[in-house]
Write a protein that binds this ligand. Structure first.
Ligand code: DAH
Length: 357
């Protein structure tokens, strides 16, 4: 039989070399399990002479206690080591800047609408809304489109199915009906912009059946073309982030304004984007005019007392020009790659102070 010292040295060495809980358990079984070496020796005690037993009994018990303690100590040590290794590998440096995983982006149309709201809010305009499904009265009649007038046809209108005996509703062909809805609330002065979706039956590189416009309306007691020009030139300067806007107002015709004009700005191309203020080309950017007296009257105001101006423009087109997008169609195809390229951070708010884009 191995001497107790040899046995203790043997197990101590094994315990110190054990690298996981399973090996520790194997050592425990081999030494103190039912058929373990020490357990078998304990069983021999009964056969010993009382003198031998008195020596061997406490010696074996002591050995058992020391091996039990050594196993427990080793187990604690292994657990501590495992925890430390995890703490090192999972350490977070809270002083590092947050790595923002871009999850989505603002569509250029939303971005431009926010920019428009910020610029016009600074000039005292509120944002107004109207329904996409409009009636003939708001979309045409109240805006001074005479019944059967060819101007109605130029809008390539989508008609809804008519209910019995009613004039069919339409998908609004422009945001101008919001002028009517706002004026008919009966309160003046008015300063609103109305951004939103509009619909026309058309489809090519620069036309889609749904697109976006923004309408502007000012109604007050002393409003004239000078106000209209100043307001729109300031808007173009803010939107294209330049001080050198050169504009010209070309006579035009819209049923709901008199006089009516189209506003052109001087520009040059820089890649797919435009630089406003320099170059030798002129680009039509919006339609505008003094609100027609008939429209003011249709909405319950006296045109002898109240005048105003209005303007309307394509939001998608503004986005294409400012951000250099050559084709309108991808605006309405949910293509992640296009959005990742042309989209805007939803965390950066457009503001006049910190920059629009
Ligand atoms: N509603 C016009 C269109 O869709 C745009 C427009 C032109 C709006 C002149 C206006 C305006 O308010 O004064 O073509």
């Amino acid at each position: 039989m191995a001497s107790l010292e040899t046995l203790e040295a043997h197990y101590s060495a094994q315990i110190n070399a054990a690298s996981d809980e399973a090996s520790l358990e194997a050592i425990r079984l081999a030494s103190m399990g039912k058929k373990g070496e020490i357990s078998l020796m304990m069983r021999e005690l009964g056969k010993m002479s009382p003198d031998d037993r008195q020596v061997m009994g406490p010696a074996l018990n002591g050995l058992k206690t020391r091996i039990t303690d050594a196993l427990a100590a080793r187990k604690n040590l292994l657990e501590d080591e495992a925890l430390n290794a995890r703490l090192v590998s999972e350490r977070v440096d809270v002083t590092l800047p947050v790595a923002r995983e871009p999850q989505g982006s603002l569509h250029p149309v939303n971005q431009v609408m926010e920019e428009l709201a910020v610029i016009f809010a600074d000039m005292g305009f509120a944002v107004a809304e109207g329904p996409d499904v409009e009636d003939d009265f708001h979309n045409f009649t109240a805006l001074n489109f005479p019944e059967g007038h060819p101007a109605r046809d130029t809008h390539d209108t989508f008609f809804m199915e008519a209910k019995d005996g009613e004039t069919p509703k339409v998908l609004r062909t422009h945001t101008s009906p919001v002028q009517i809805r706002t004026m008919m609330q009966g309160k003046a002065p008015i300063r609103i912009i109305a951004p939103g979706r509009v619909y026309r039956c058309d489809w090519d590189q620069t036309h889609t059946p749904m697109f976006h416009q923004v309408e502007g309306l000012v109604i007050d007691k002393e409003t004239h073309m000078g106000h209209l020009k100043g307001c729109l030139i300031d808007f173009i300067a803010a939107f294209f982030e330049t001080d050198e806007v050169e504009a010209r107002f070309r006579p035009h015709h819209f049923p709901f304004t008199e006089p009516s004009a189209e506003m052109d700005v001087r520009y040059e191309r820089v890649g797919d984007a435009v630089k406003v203020g320099s170059g030798d080309k002129w680009m039509e950017i919006l339609g505008c005019g003094m609100v027609h007296p008939n429209v003011i009257r249709n909405c319950g105001f006296d045109p002898e007392v109240y005048q105003g101006f209005a303007f309307g423009m394509g939001v998608d087109r503004l986005a294409m020009l400012k951000y250099g997008m050559p084709d309108l169609r991808p605006f309405f195809e949910p293509d992640q790659r296009w959005l990742a390229h042309y989209g805007f951070s939803p965390l950066l708010q457009a503001s006049l102070a910190s920059g629009l884009s």
